[in-house]
Ligand binder design. Structure first.
Ligand code: ADP
Ligand code: MG
Length: 253
């Protein structure tokens, strides 16, 4: 796989919002530290895709983002790279230490990425591991399935800066006391339209509405291939009023 850049050179890009951060043309204009730049180069990414050109400076500036772009346009790096950069730059203050209650350890991720399916979660987790290579950042993954419950919980013990999860399993693990969202400064809803199609809206609202810092105290990014009414409503509820809207290519409703 990979990016067909020719397909994107002439693609229409719509960006709107107040004081939109300037787009980058090259990764070295983003202001990434050496650790992130090294991992970008190691990945063989020579230049940002259109969605990355706009999303990266937006999220680095801690502006909320509603991004509509088709599959294969490079959305994963568009949100992971700024989050990793923020965590590395934030130092120890960025990480809320685990709490111990009744012998059980609760971890507080700094960033939560919600994904509709296990397959997509695995893919995002792989990219997150790749982009945080040689750093102290720990990534963890949670998705449904009886056999992997214990393994997933055990792996949280390595530390959990970036958590990638499907909504149902995450609620389960929160209720078990293994994860708390009070330290979550970055929230990403990947393939938001698909999550709604799969009926996850109540779970998403529960996760975001209970225990997570309010939208004014976090940076939130939503990604979706389409922009129907239900996604617009979710964006209004989850994103700060001054969010940046980005549409790459033709966006259906
Ligand atoms: P999306 O989430 O929009 O469907 P992905 O983030 O999965 O897209 O990216 C699709 C593919 O393109 C992946 O294999 C990814 O590694 C690759 N890719 C992403 N950004 C770049 C880039 N700037 N240069 C080269 N390849 C890239
Ligand atoms: Mg994707």
């Amino acid at each position: 796989s990979g990016i067909n850049f020719d397909k994107y050179e002439n693609i229409p890009v719509e960006v709107s919002g107040d004081s939109v951060p300037a787009a980058i043309e090259h990764f070295n204009e983003a202001g990434f530290g050496p650790a992130v730049m090294e991992n970008v180069n190691r990945s063989g990414y020579s230049k940002p895709t259109p969605v990355q050109k706009h999303s990266i400076p937006t999220l680095l500036a801690n502006r909320d983002l509603m991004s509509c772009a088709q599959t294969g346009s490079g959305k994963t790096a568009a949100f992971l790279l700024p989050i990793i950069q923020h965590i590395l730059a934030g130092g120890p203050d960025m990480v809320k230490p685990p709490a111990f209650t009744n012998g059980r350890r609760t971890y507080y991720p700094c960033a939560l990425v919600l994904s509709p399916t296990r397959e997509l979660a695995i893919q995002i987790h792989k990219e997150a591991t790749k982009f945080s290579y040689k750093s102290n950042i720990q990534t963890a993954i949670l998705y449904g399935g009886r056999e992997n419950y214990r393994d997933q919980v055990n792996r949280l013990r390595a530390g959990t800066h970036i958590l990638i999860a499907t909504p149902g399993r995450l609620i389960d693990i929160i209720e078990q006391g293994f994860i708390g969202l009070a330290g979550c400064r970055y929230l990403v809803l990947d393939e938001a339209d698909r999550m709604l199609d799969m009926g996850f809206e109540p779970q998403i609202r529960k996760i975001v509405g209970q225990g997570m810092p309010p939208k004014t105290a976090r940076t939130t990014a939503m990604f979706s291939a389409t922009f129907p009414k239900e996604i617009q409503v979710l964006a209004k509820d989850f994103l700060k009023d001054n969010y940046i809207f980005l549409a790459v290519g033709r966006v259906g409703s």
